[in-house]
Design a protein around this ligand. Structure first.
Ligand code: G1P
Length: 302
């Protein structure tokens, strides 16, 4: 099968961040505050996701929200009163930091009116994205810079001109929480995707290679989404649309093994807070000492 290759592919400039989900795994916190607004130290999860996209060269970001997610929009908007207040107090760095949030990229927002699934949420971006390749970053997954996932995926697209999905080996017992890929080695960290299935029971899973929340799609995905019937959980699944895309286009997987935090999962959220705090110049040294004290006390009381 030939990949959909043109000699001069359009550059990847646009990102779509689905952030419309309810976040039931983080109740009661997520009752009144979107799960994407959970703080990892002093910034919300979605800010890490937006910064990752900007870091990878993305200049236009569409965030798919829903009712009750207004605080996400507010976070990236100008807040002139606060800027003026900080400036009047001489807190120029803080004022600059607040302003910079609205200048990270061209940010746009659109609502997914009905919660019909991740595939449907991505489909909502069709008019905005148009006829260009684009990346999708799930709004509650943080990828550490060291994993180089989005950049690696964009490099793969620039070399091979096809859709690319982030993949990680998981414990076979956990595969039912993920989209699952069947793939063969291609080059270096890349595999060629031959099959996909959304959230298979472990006993039926064809592999333990799981889809992690980063995708790069050619615009052909939109027709496939429109044709996709509700699947697992009665939702329009992006994994099903990707499986159909495989009939007409090649798809690569970018494999990695470390540096992903699913902040919708409490234990992963805690790991994110600890890792990112340890890396901060203003907090790391003191926090390291505190962690060592806690660990020592825990060990002594065992
Ligand atoms: C979604 C996708 C799934 C993917 C996962 C990654 O599932 O449907 O294929 O593996 O994200 O986090 P969700 O976590 O929304 O249930």
């Amino acid at each position: 099968m030939s990949p959909s290759v043109s000699d001069d592919p359009k550059p990847v400039r646009k990102a779509v961040i689905p952030a419309a989900g309810l976040g039931t795994r983080f109740l009661p916190f997520s009752k009144a505050v979107p799960k994407e607004m959970l703080p990892v130290i002093d910034r919300p999860v979605i800010q890490y996701v937006v910064e990752e996209a900007v870091d990878a060269g993305i200049t236009d970001i569409l965030i798919i929200t829903s009712r009750y997610k207004k605080s996400i929009e507010d976070h990236f908007d100008r807040l002139l009163d606060l800027e003026a207040h900080l400036e009047a107090k001489g807190k120029i760095d803080e004022a600059d930091e607040i302003r910079a949030l609205s200048e990270l990229a061209q940010l746009h927002f659109v609502r997914q009116g009905e919660a019909l699934g991740l595939g449907h949420a991505i489909g909502v971006a069709r008019n905005h994205v148009g006829d260009e390749p684009f990346v999708v970053l799930l709004g509650d997954d943080i990828m550490h810079r060291r994993a180089g996932v989005l950049k690696g995926m964009i490099d793969a697209y620039n070399d091979h001109h096809c859709s690319v999905v982030a993949l990680m080996e998981v414990d076979p017992a956990d595969i039912s929480a993920y989209g699952c890929a069947v793939a063969e080695p291609h080059a270096d960290r890349l595999v060629k995707v031959n099959g996909l299935v959304e959230k298979p029971p472990p006993e039926d899973a064809p592999s333990s290679l799981a889809i992690m929340g980063r995708y790069l799609f050619t615009p052909a995905i939109f027709d496939e989404i429109e044709r996709t019937e509700p699947g697992v959980g009665g939702e329009i699944q992006i994994t099903d649309a990707m499986l159909s895309l495989l009939d007409s286009e090649m798809m690569l997987g970018f494999t990695f093994s470390d540096g992903r935090f699913d902040t919708g999962k409490k234990i992963d959220y805690l790991r994110a807070v600890v890792e990112f705090a340890l890396e901060r110049d203003d907090l790391g040294p003191e926090f390291r000492t505190i962690l060592a004290e806690i660990t020592e006390r825990e060990n002594l009381s065992r």
